[in-house]
Design a protein around this ligand. Structure first.
Ligand code: 3BY
Ligand code: FES
Ligand code: FE
Length: 408
């Protein structure tokens, strides 16, 4: 099947219904998503503590683009195209690493961590290294979360920065450390991964360990203000009174949202007994039972900020039907494994949950790819969040498709 016009496919979507089949399967439409959406929006690349020291880097792949995100000597995270200015070799092949300089493995052109070319052998008297620095990619560390944007002109982040500073500061993400990271590949379109995350209609029957602590009440985890739930309202009022921002806040574009919701009963963390996973509380969170501050930023991240840990999730498309999901568990930087936390206890709930979600979305992919697939209706009660994500996707993608790209 070929797609000539993604706009008309988007326009054929029925409101409050799942997307047309091509959105989940078509290679042409997928390529347009990479160019028009993924290459123009801010994409979550890494939690700041993944780059704790000067020279720590991660590489991020978005379509054909490989990007190096590296911590400079001045503590600032920067992003560069992973393409040498000599003959274009990839400079860093690893997914992560540490290096005092960025040295191309082909002919050893050597770049500083700020992208300047420092050294190139026998290039002649006329050669000016200043003309051959690495191509910069927009990079911003927002309350400890590093985002990159491949566009010539990146969207404004002022409102996000302001909101993130309020909601995330109490968790002090820049001063946490990575306790564990998992990367899994799901055989499903990236939007099925996001859609699945935006509802808990499936939680009761699929997530036995998550449901020990996580409420599947759509009033709490749906698309709207959590205060439509009594428990949600009480939690927001208690947190706000203690100076902990909790009230539902969504950007007018609906690209990102913060809300702090309570766990079930006496639970304080995602563990099998609901008790804290880590003995050292993080940041300035005033009480252990602060619940979870849920933060999504489309198209590629959702996150949980707790009193004892932060969980970040990064989604990256690999192909129309393959998606990489990286989960990072962050704890107090002084917390010691085996003393303050047990790694299995810390990670078992979300390792199981991710695996359950992987199976769900892989079956979803197989079904939407079938000739028998007809887009079906969302539950108004349970799937407001899915509809909200899909609306954002259709609007943002259509907007980019109809806005000429800057000279890129
Ligand atoms: O991880 C999450 O944020 C979502 C919320 C609802 C289902 N899922 C657990
Ligand atoms: Fe990088 Fe030659 S391609 S040094
Ligand atoms: Fe799930």
């Amino acid at each position: 099947m070929t797609v000539s016009d993604p706009l008309s496919i988007l326009q054929s979507r029925r409101p409050w219904h799942s997307l047309p089949q091509q959105c989940y399967t078509d290679p042409g439409l997928y390529q347009q998503e990479i160019e028009a959406l993924w290459s123009r929006e801010w994409i979550f690349a890494a939690a700041g503590p993944e780059l704790p020291k000067t020279g720590n880097y991660v590489t991020v792949t978005i379509g054909a683009a490989s990007v190096i995100v590296v911590r400079g000597a001045d503590g600032i995270a920067r992003a560069f195209h992973n393409s040498c200015r000599h003959r274009g070799s990839r400079i860093c092949a690893a997914r992560k690493g540490a290096s005092a300089k960025l040295v191309c493995p082909y002919h050893q052109w050597t770049y500083d961590l700020d992208g300047r070319l420092l050294w190139a052998r026998e290039m002649g008297a006329d050669f000016n290294p200043a003309d051959h620095g690495l191509g910069a990619v927009h990079c911003r560390e927002i309350s400890g979360m590093i985002f990159i944007c491949l566009a010539e002109t990146a969207p404004d982040t002022a409102a996000l920065e302001q909101a993130a500073a309020r909601y995330l500061a109490p968790h002090d993400l820049p001063n946490l450390k990575v306790a564990h990271q998992s990367t899994i590949v799901e055989q499903a379109n990236w939007k099925l991964v996001l859609e699945n995350n935006r509802e808990c209609y499936h939680c009761g029957s699929n997530h036995p360990s998550l449901c020990v602590t996580f409420p599947d009440d759509p009033n709490l985890v749906g698309a709207d203000d959590s205060t439509t739930s009594n428990a949600g309202l009480a939690h927001v009022e208690r947190c706000e009174a203690a100076g902990l921002p909790a009230r539902y806040l969504i950007d007018p574009s609906e690209q990102w949202r913060f809300v702090r919701i309570p766990f079930l009963g006496d639970a304080v963390s995602y563990t099998m007994d609901g008790k804290a996973a880590v003995a050292k509380r993080i940041g300035t969170v005033p009480f252990a039972d602060a619940g979870s501050c849920l933060y999504f930023h489309y198209p590629n991240t959702w996150n949980h900020f707790l009193s004892d840990q932060v969980l970040t999730f990064r989604v990256l498309p690999i192909s129309p039907t393959e998606t990489e999901v990286t989960t990072t568990w962050l704890v107090h930087k002084d917390a010691q494994e085996g003393v303050d936390y047990d790694l299995t206890r810390l990670t078992e709930v979300w390792i199981a949950t991710n695996n359950e979600d992987r199976q769900i979305v892989e079956e979803n992919q197989k079904g939407v790819a079938s000739p028998g697939y007809i887009p079906g209706p969302y539950s108004q009660v349970q799937e407001g969040g899915v509809n909200q994500f899909v609306d954002w996707y259709c609007n943002a993608f259509a907007k980019h498709l109809t806005t000429p790209m800057a000279a890129e």
